[in-house]
Design a protein around this ligand. Sequence first.
Ligand code: BG6
Length: 498
Amino acid sequence: MKKFNQNFIFSTSTCAFQIEGGRELGGRKKSIWDDFTIKNFFIPKKNEPKREINSIKIASNFYKKYLNDIEIMSKLGVNGFVYNMDWARIMPDDSGIPNEKGLKFYENLFKNLKRKKIQPIPILYHWDTPIWLEKKGGASSRIFVKEFQNFAKIVFKRLGKYSNTWFTNDENSTFTTLSYLDSYNPPQKKNPKEFWKAVHYLNLSSAMAKKEFENAKKNGFVSKNAILGIDHDWNPAIPYDLNDVDDLKSCKIFNKYNLNLWLDPNLKGEYPKLFFKEIEKMNLNKIVKKKDLKLLKKYTLDLIGWNYYRPAIIASPKRLNEKIDWFNKPINFITKEAYIVFPKNQNYTDWKWLIKPENLFHGSKILKKRYNNKPIMIIENGIGNFDKKINGIVNDDFRINFLNEHIKMVQKALNEGINFIGYSLWTFIDIFSPSGGYRKKYGIVGVDFDDKNLKRYPKSSFFWYKNLIKNKNADWNKINYKKFKDEALNSLKEKIWK
Ligand code: BG6
């Protein structure tokens, strides 16, 4: 097996609106997720299978507890920390002038991470548009591009020196499909025209951020060898029936809509044909100017961030007429030529997400080929489940298994010459999950949300990851579950857990 080299990034990821809190502090003003969670606040009863939409005003209070959280990261032994930043904290209004306290917060965070030899890996935007910008049209308006460019310029100038690995956006696909095609997340547009506009303006925003990144390099604000990527959640397609031509055809179509549409514009600098077909149908040709296409071509990004949770089993539309007892109803993703289906004989998480580590490996080969061996980093990979705390300890063997099997696939991909530069699990700490609130647990560090200080505690998986990083080239098939559980239990007395 290929060895992980010294520079390989072992990291954890998380995101401002999901953990930061301090939403009314430090000169920050509201964003669309503040409004959404206030207006749609809902806590289901225990065991009621409904979506929890809870307050994010304090969340895990990372805003106040980040110094101690960095101590915890240092104990874990990671050399990276992926953080999706909060635009509204830095640009709380439309003056174009940044909020010094907001910049200072991130500066302190990044400085303190570096002090502990942890590289911050910032992502500029994760679905959370400042309200002032939403009022002007948000992501489906051209104004967004100009404002994002200004935000990026300010961030790179002040904070650029703290990292050599940056990302523009997290999951444009999830954001636009759930918030513009559908009304599941804010700003709840449910409007296909707005959707296609948002797709284009988000892509253009990343290109303009790259322009600012290059300028910041010239001006010495960002290191010459720093790289800027785009983060995408691709679900590689698996045919429902391997021998069925229609299912296979639908898989190809699905990959075009789920992968090419989102990565080609910023990595190859061009749209796949389907984009032009779709906007033509919507009578939206005018939104794409010649100048835009030139900018996409000129400012391509350097790095692929891949959020891999699950692949998608794909069936052709004909299956809708067949009597199949699916585990969940088939759903489509933008196109009606391919359906994501849920056969009963598969492994699923508590939230019915398919578990298939091997597709991380298969998918990475496709990424390598399509995007010319650009560097890849796993930015999110994790399992959202109910945790059980017994005698003060969450013994999350299911999480250890899930993560371990996926990291093995990264190792296998390295062996095949795939240019993986890092792996970041989701998440460092329990979060507010968009689809499950605080009860859908992802963290390897737990947060006691019933405690007024939001006390942290280690789960068994924390010690599994610590051990894996320390012995990165050991045999990962031998997992000593008892050891990790004991370590978590013994560690509870340490002062760090507060
Ligand atoms: C990714 C997002 O799509 O999925 C995260 O970038 C999110 O913000 C993660 O938490 C898991 O989704 P969920 O809804 O289960 O929290």
